[in-house]
Ligand binder design. Structure first.
Ligand code: ATP
Length: 305
């Protein structure tokens, strides 16, 4: 079993008498993009600030490559590359000069080859000698990622990396993030409030709401689980219809005077209607409802009244 790069163990955060994070535990593994998904105010930035040691945990522990973030800060932080607010870049310098400047500030020496390799990885080789002021926002983001990766960290943390980007920019960032995770065997922890974006970028996601982690799941599992096709039927008498359908091996459950039947393909709809009528029951209504991940996410994070 691969060792996790980041281990978050029962972390709590309290500010004044307000609990912002209520005991979150999760691991992030090398080579994976882990999405931290939740609505605004859920606690994503607070969690990230604790992971990078910008904020103290109230309770619990965070380890990066086995180093405790508070007790072994220098060692832990050497393994982290992060973009938390917009990366600071000098507009009047070229992308390359910016990276050179950061390389000089680094604790460990960074080779010329490493700079070139990172520039290639974020797809800026052709434009790296141009001044940053001519870059698109997406290019600036990628330069920021390059800067965060210069010292070869094991964990890359990105807080809402697609904020402010146009659809083409979002797509680019998404593709580069996936590529970097896989090529560098890097653990990437990325936060967002946008499900559609996370769906395409992440290998696993954790859903956070009101400082609680509601669910952690592999993306493909989550999609399979929630991409069920459901047919809602209203038939009479409903209880009997449900028993009858279950006896015919349909997967049925009832909610609010409606029966929900799971189907796999289009033809199942005709078969279902025909079974009900053949059983001698009255079919009043039948319609398909797509249970998407989006609905599930909205359901999960719905504000409690
Ligand atoms: N210093 C603070 N004092 C009191 N409350 C705070 C403080 N910092 C954050 N909070 C509260 O903690 C909650 C979580 O905030 P946080 O910024 O972590 O959420 P988020 O998920 O990152 O949302 P967003 O995407 O809007 O930044 C919010 O309700 C916020 O108001």
């Amino acid at each position: 079993m691969t060792e996790p790069v980041a281990q978050i163990k029962n972390v709590k955060k309290q500010i004044g008498n307000k609990t912002i994070i209520h005991g979150i535990s999760l691991n992030v593994y090398p080579g994976e993009v882990f999405g931290f998904l939740g609505p605004n105010g859920a606690g994503k930035t607070t969690m990230i600030r604790m992971i990078v040691g910008l904020m103290k945990v109230t309770e619990g522990d965070i380890y990066i490559q086995g180093n405790h973030v508070n007790r072994e800060y220098q060692k832990a932080i050497a393994e982290v590359g992060a973009i938390i607010e917009n990366p600071e870049m000098y507009d009047f310098l070229s992308g390359y000069e910016n990276l050179k400047h950061y390389a000089r500030l680094a604790v460990k020496p960074i080779s010329e080859d490493r700079i070139k390799e990172i520039v290639r990885l974020v797809g800026l080789s052709g434009r790296i000698n141009e001044k940053v002021k001519g870059y698109s926002l997406g290019m600036k983001q990628r330069l920021g990622i390059a800067q965060a990766l210069l010292h070869s960290p094991s964990l890359l943390i990105l807080d809402e990396p697609t904020n402010g980007l146009d659809p083409a920019g979002i797509r680019e960032i998404r593709e580069y993030i996936r590529k970097i995770a896989h090529e560098e065997n890097l653990a990437v922890f990325v936060s967002s409030h946008l499900l559609a974006e996370m769906q395409l970028m992440c290998d696993r996601i954790g859903i956070i709401q009101h400082g609680r982690l509601l669910q952690v799941e592999k993306m493909d599992m989550l999609l399979n689980k929630h991409n069920k096709r459901i047919v809602q039927i209203n038939a009479h008498p409903l209880g009997k219809v449900i028993e009858y359908l279950q006896a015919l091996s349909w997967s049925v459950h009832q909610s609010n005077e409606i029966a929900h039947v799971e189907i796999e393909k289009q033809e199942d709809i005709a078969k279902l209607a025909s079974d009900i009528v053949k059983g001698g029951y009255q079919l009043y209504q039948l319609n398909e409802k797509h249970e998407s991940l989006e609905n599930t996410f909205l359901e999960l994070t719905k504000e409690e009244l």
